[in-house]
Design a protein around this ligand. Structure first.
Ligand code: FES
Ligand code: FES
Length: 171
């Protein structure tokens, strides 16, 4: 087996928010850094960088994943969606985002992109989650501002009028 030099750069090609993109990355580069630094998708936030806070959550082939626990090279050929995929091209918020606004479910907003992506995944699989199911998913995210009650209310509102809670279609 060929030994890989840790600093050797490799080409990583993926679909990001419906667009085919490619850039070079060191084999040890995190997907969160690749998205932000190489592809300019700075909506994905980085907090703890070790899988605790959930700020970096993105969808990989439709499944919510921690981008800080994923290597960029593991995203080769995959469909990656970040928070930038949620609003329409004209900036109109999707129903989940609108429900966060309606319920004051964010303050500084640092945790919000990751939470939105986790619940985009949940609502796609389970359009009418119970409060317990919402709280179980939310337990994978840390928010230092809101105390979570308004986030739960927002997700319930999105689930009650659930059409459009999934990401906007690919451009
Ligand atoms: S930055 Fe990935 S879980 Fe905190
Ligand atoms: S809104 Fe500030 S950390 Fe969640």
């Amino acid at each position: 087996m060929r030994r890989v030099n840790r600093s050797e750069r490799v080409r990583v090609a993926l679909t990001l928010n419906g667009r085919r993109l490619a850039a070079e990355a060191e084999p040890r580069m995190l997907l969160s850094d690749f998205l932000r630094q190489s592809l300019g998708a700075t909506g994905t936030h980085v907090g703890c960088e070790h899988g605790i806070c959930g700020a970096c959550t993105v969808l990989i082939d439709g499944v919510a994943q921690r981008a800080c626990l994923t290597l960029a090279v593991q995203a080769e050929g995959r469909d990656v969606r970040t928070v930038e995929s949620l609003a329409a091209a004209d900036g109109a918020l999707n129903p989940l985002q609108a429900a966060f606004r309606n319920n004051h479910a964010l303050q500084c907003g640092f945790c919000t992109p990751g939470i939105l992506m986790s619940f985009t995944d949940l609502l796609a699989r389970n359009p009418h989650p119970s409060e317990g199911e919402i709280r179980e998913v939310l337990s994978g995210h840390l928010c230092r501002c809101t105390g979570y009650a308004n986030i739960v209310a927002a997700i319930k509102e999105a689930a009650n009028g659930t059409a459009g809670a999934a990401p906007n279609p690919s451009p």
